[in-house]
Design a protein around this ligand. Structure first.
Ligand SMILES: [Zn+2]
Length: 145
């Protein structure tokens, strides 16, 4: 059983790949939130050997599940109310991600016109392929692998 400590209301991101907690902290912009955040690194895990955990004392509505699903959909989201886990949120690969990754095609309109949203669309769910909405360029950068 996960020890949620003093967390009364918020969420716990469990089964984060060891060493990735800080990346996720920044990608979710938790540094911008006025919430209590606890990062646990290298916790022992039966399933993964080692894992990271992030505890956030903040309403779940403030969490961008699409970004989290894009980074790593194997992360478990536990929703905490009154100090207990009341629900687990399944993560899925989002159909599209906005302003998370950038298109690398120099001829893409997003490279030419500043201020356009960077939109990537899930093109192949099986292979986890994302393509730029404007120029169809495949995203080949790292997610959380
Ligand atoms: Zn593009």
């Amino acid at each position: 059983m996960l020890n949620v400590g003093a967390l009364r209301e918020g969420y716990v991101l469990d089964h984060i790949k060891a060493g990735k907690a800080m990346t996720i902290y920044h990608d979710l912009k938790l540094d911008k939130l006025d919430c209590t955040v606890a990062i646990i690194k290298n916790a022992r895990s039966n399933k993964m050997g080692k894992k990271d955990i992030i505890k956030v004392e903040c309403p779940i509505e403030n969490l961008d599940l699409d970004i989290l699903g894009f980074i790593d959909h194997n992360i478990t989201v536990n929703i905490i109310k009154d100090g207990k886990i009341v629900a687990k949120q399944e993560l899925k690969l989002p159909k599209q991600v906005v302003n998370v990754i950038k298109c690398k095609n120099p001829r893409c309109i997003t490279s030419i016109e500043q201020g356009l949203d960077q939109i990537f669309v899930l093109a192949d769910e099986e292979k986890e392929v994302y393509r730029c909405k404007y120029c169809d360029e495949k995203y080949t950068g790292k997610r959380n692998k």
